[in-house]
Design a protein around this ligand. Structure first.
Ligand SMILES: CC(C)(COP(=O)(O)OP(=O)(O)OC[C@H]1O[C@@H](n2cnc3c(N)ncnc32)[C@H](O)[C@@H]1OP(=O)(O)O)[C@@H](O)C(=O)NCCC(=O)NCCS
Length: 258
């Protein structure tokens, strides 16, 4: 059987059976399902406000890299929360994860992800993905057309989450976005109902696609840390990153498609 490049996605279980409902019902039911799934593991999701900045800054200082903690100042958090959305996840009344976005309305209505982090003891519960799904519903509700962010090419958990679980595509590579040698992959997600409904990469279809010699369309498989290939294929806008392929050595490769 031929697997088409356009058909690597599977339905998101949190939005199952909501196709026929109004946008309002789709968003509200999706939010409730995420909150209920988290509650089953005793996690509590809350929308944060500027009154949470001190607790959030404490979480960031304890759980994020020094450079990130220096960049996420109280003032920066204030302006992001004021003009964006903060999703907080608590365990025993303590913040264990956050997802922060800021809205931009030029040139498109965009929800820009400022940062997402889960503390090391609570990784593996999909808190990063669930807080991001919730934030996507909030952005969709606000009428945003895209959700965008940038990721270091060696940040495999974040790349897997954004590309394989949330439906983002890698659309550009900036070799030194902040400092020389600190390149970032620019990823973007078009916020439509259909994309939200089918945002997960189906690993079975992905494996079948890679093993199938009768592939329709052009594709490439590259190592995320090969800057030359990222520049050659992605910055030229010829290809986009469509999926992360787990490797036997515990790393990932990128599947690039036209
Ligand atoms: C990114 C982050 C939020 C994800 O946390 P999480 O939602 O709990 O996700 P997980 O730890 O379950 O990892 C996500 C996926 O990456 C995979 N993964 C993790 N490390 C990996 C590695 N070295 N190679 C390949 N895949 C890897 C996991 O297996 C998982 O996929 P699976 O569920 O299909 O198995 C968390 O790692 C974090 O807080 N990192 C530090 C802050 C950060 O880098 N934020 C993102 C900035 S862009």
């Amino acid at each position: 059987m031929n697997v088409k490049l356009s058909n690597l996605h599977a339905p998101n279980p949190y939005f199952a059976n909501l196709e026929a409902h109004s946008d309002h019902r789709f968003i509200e039911t999706g939010k409730n399902r995420i909150i209920e799934a988290l509650a089953q593991n005793n996690f509590e999701l809350k929308i944060g406000s500027i009154s949470d900045i001190l607790a959030l800054k404490k979480f960031i200082n304890l759980n994020c890299r020094k450079l990130t903690a220096e960049q996420l100042t109280e003032a920066y958090l204030f302006s992001s929360i004021q003009y964006g959305e903060l999703v907080l996840i608590y365990y025993n009344k303590v913040i264990v994860a956050f997802h922060l976005t800021c809205y931009h309305f030029v040139p498109h209505k965009i929800s820009a992800v400022i940062y997402v982090a889960v503390n090391s003891m609570h990784r593996g519960y999909k808190l990063g993905v669930l807080s991001s799904y919730y934030s996507s519903l909030l952005a969709f509700e606000k009428g945003c057309e895209f959700k965008n962010t940038w990721i270091a090419p060696d940040n495999y958990p974040s790349l897997v989450n954004h590309i394989n679980y949330e439906g983002f595509s890698g659309i550009d590579f900036k070799p030194s976005m902040f400092l020389p040698g600190q390149g970032r992959i620019v990823v973007s997600f078009k916020l439509t109902r259909l994309n939200l409904l089918y945002n997960r990469i189906d690993m079975g279809k992905l494996k079948e696609f890679i093993a199938n010699p009768n592939i329709e369309g052009e594709f490439k498989i590259i190592n995320p840390e090969n800057e030359n290939e990222l520049l050659e294929f992605i910055s030229s806008q010829q290809f986009k990153i469509s999926a992360c392929i787990p490797t036997e050595t515990g790393n990932i490769n990128f599947l690039l498609t036209k």
